[in-house]
Design a protein. Structure first.
Length: 294
């Protein structure tokens, strides 16, 4: 079973398929490397694809020390995979928790990324939502420890932004729920505590995002309400970004609508690889509605 060892001694399991320009997939809290299977099968025809399990997600190691889990650590783990497999610069595609880490990679390790895709990103980041998010994560942590993930996964998978998945694709949703319930109880609780609850708000990182030079695609589902305002903020702040809002899509859009997701990402990385991805024209943000800048 292939693994990469991080600088703090944690073994990360990864899956690999295909050859060519590298593409790394970074999963959400409720997923693992298996939740990227529709993307691995599609992109491996053109790219060298790597999907890895975050720390706390077997068969990756599950450190027992709470200090081993943080936003910085999650970001550095992407860097460890890229460096350990000699992938730089790689296209990096993240969903939700993985998208937060992907955006932080662009802030802290920009030289490792050829491009960034941040999908379903922004839970708890919108102004005025931080206290609510922390209160809800505290409740989730308590329930994970009391019930185990085998039981709590039934509830977590039915969050408001997941319901459209079940409606759209009941078989795919059932597979997603089954895999979620297989996650480590300890690893999930520690990830929720150290990575999710304590991460900084995206809105506090505006200066770093404004200095981005890495091509960035932000994707939001139009029924994933907590991510819509942050997605607009990222589009307006990152000068190298584009925003795609997928219709009738919830939080797990790469599984709900894999064909549309794959085609959008393929179009993006194709433009990047061709040298055709450009920064936003500054005059387009002049603040005028119809008047051209003199």
């Amino acid at each position: 079973m292939p693994t990469i060892r991080t600088d703090d001694g944690v073994d990360l399991h990864y899956e690999e398929a295909g050859s060519g320009i590298p593409m790394v997939f970074v999963h959400e809290f409720a997923g693992d490397s298996r939740s990227w299977e529709p993307q691995m099968r599609f992109f491996a025809r053109r790219y060298r694809c790597i999907a890895f399990n975050a720390r706390g997600y077997p068969p990756s190691a599950v450190p027992s020390d709470p200090r081993a889990y943080s936003q910085d650590r999650a970001t550095d783990d992407i860097a460890a995979v890229i460096k350990g497999l000699d992938l730089a610069p790689a296209h990096v595609v993240g969903l939700s928790m993985g998208a937060f880490a992907t955006l932080h990679l662009g802030l802290r390790h920009p030289g490792l990324a050829r491009s960034l895709v941040a999908a379903g990103v922004g839970y708890g980041a919108a102004p005025g939502k931080r206290d609510q998010f922390r209160a809800e994560t505290d409740g989730a942590i308590a329930r994970i420890r009391a019930e185990t993930m085998a039981e709590f996964g039934k509830t977590y998978s039915r969050g408001p932004t997941r319901l459209v998945f079940e409606e759209t694709d009941p078989r795919g949703y059932a597979e997603f729920q089954t895999q979620l319930r297989e996650h480590s109880t300890e690893g999930s609780a520690l990830t929720m505590q150290g990575v999710q609850r304590e991460r900084p708000s995206l809105f506090d990182l505006a200066d770093g995002f404004a200095a981005y030079t890495t091509p960035t695609l932000v994707i939001a589902g139009d029924e994933d309400d907590p991510t819509l305002e942050p997605a607009l903020y990222l589009k307006r702040t990152i000068p190298t970004s584009a925003l795609l809002v997928m219709p009738k899509a919830g939080h797990t859009m790469n599984l709900e609508h894999p064909d549309a997701f794959n085609r959008a990402v393929l179009d993006f990385v194709t433009q990047v690889d061709a040298g055709a991805w450009r920064r936003r024209i500054p005059e387009s943000q002049s603040g005028s509605i119809i008047a051209a800048k003199p």
